[in-house]
Design a protein around this ligand. Structure first.
Ligand code: SF4
Length: 345
């Protein structure tokens, strides 16, 4: 079950998602393009030369496009794997990278940095996953690699359309020095539950108290069903990470997080969890400026954030107090060495 907490008006004004599909001329040759187009037989299909001709146009409204996302099928050239960003946690991995098979996400979280990063709310799927595999193999010749593959998107949420998650898991299994993280808010574990659990594919669920999810994680599955998905994965033996990130400074946050942590570990066997991450809401100050313009009514984004080193976040003392509090709650269930805290650089 999913809860939709977007304005109900949005359901009536906008076209259904993917009712328009742009296809790069080169991408049209890929079997996956044909498979995806077959899934959306009623879509208005438009041939284009390059995805940037559509995605990078000026004066687009990320917010409105997100309510009726078009799909863009493309082939990505150049560098496909990047070093991890400082605002992201590396979980103790020295060689930390990320890659984006897909740009943008079907969910619509008010705090999502993608709103400030991309000029468009439409979703780009890069069909040439094999080329990313080739670049990963080049890196693996140099050193072990920890690679976040569900970056700038929610890969598992789109598994029914692309099959990318399953391909990544199979690839990691055949490359012993590779560990991948698949971060998600989806309830889509069933899409890969027929696979043999892989120790090198970490399934990482981002979770927040229901009140936070209802307030600002629009169109994402309820936290209850995310936890059920995580439980199913744990029961099968997959490495599961829980990401209490971003922590949000909500009214009565201490009570909210205390009850939430208890609820999580009532449902999930703490001793089988691989690890846990915890981090406050933080975002590039430039992105925040942009997002505030497109979501002027957002209570979450109206907070008087402090900016340090170009990153906006809550007041430092209040933030540290909430982080310490939640960290303390987590240590009642998992060992301190299993908890990765985001620390400001
Ligand atoms: S699930 Fe993640 S990527 Fe998707 S909208 Fe929410 S924050 Fe952004």
């Amino acid at each position: 079950m999913t809860h939709s907490n977007s304005p109900s008006q949005a359901q009536t004004i906008y076209n259904p998602p993917f009712s328009r599909i742009y296809v790069e001329r080169e991408a049209a040759e890929y079997p996956l393009a044909k498979q995806i187009l077959a899934r959306f037989p009623g879509a208005d299909v438009v041939e284009i030369e390059h995805y940037k001709d559509v995605f990078n146009r000026s004066h687009q409204s990320f917010y409105h496009q997100k309510q009726a996302q078009a799909l863009i099928l493309a082939v990505k050239k150049g560098t496909l794997i990047y070093p991890g960003a400082p605002v992201c946690q590396n979980f103790g991995n020295r060689h930390f990278y990320y890659t984006s098979n897909i740009m943008n996400c079907i969910y619509d979280c008010e705090y999502c940095y993608l709103q400030g990063m991309y000029p468009s709310g439409n979703l780009v799927v890069f069909l040439n996953q094999e080329d990313i595999f080739s670049q990963a193999e080049l890196l693996l010749k140099e050193h072990p690699v920890y690679l976040c593959v569900s970056y700038d998107t929610d890969l598992l949420a789109l598994e029914g359309v692309t099959g990318f998650t399953r391909n990544w898991i199979a690839f990691a299994e055949s490359h012993p020095d590779l560990t991948i993280e698949i971060r998600t808010k989806s309830a889509g574990f069933a899409a890969i539950s027929d696979m043999t659990p892989s120790k090198r594919a970490i399934l990482a669920w981002t979770i927040s108290p229901d009140a936070a999810a209802l307030l600002c994680e629009h169109r994402a599955p309820s936290v209850g069903v995310r936890l059920q998905s995580a439980k199913a994965a744990l029961d099968m033996g997959w490495p599961v990470r829980l990401c209490f990130d971003p922590l949000l400074m909500l009214p009565d946050a201490a009570k909210l997080y205390r009850e939430f942590v208890e609820e999580v570990f009532r449902l999930l066997p703490a001793e089988r969890i691989l690890d846990v991450s915890v981090g406050p809401f933080r975002i590039s100050a430039e992105y925040l400026k942009q997002i505030r313009k497109s979501r002027p009514a957002s209570a979450l984004l109206s907070y008087p954030f402090e900016i340090h080193g170009g990153v906006a976040s809550y007041n430092r003392e209040a933030c540290a107090a909430l982080m310490n509090y939640v960290y303390g709650l987590l240590t009642e269930h998992v060992k301190p060495e299993q908890i990765f805290r985001y620390e400001e650089e």
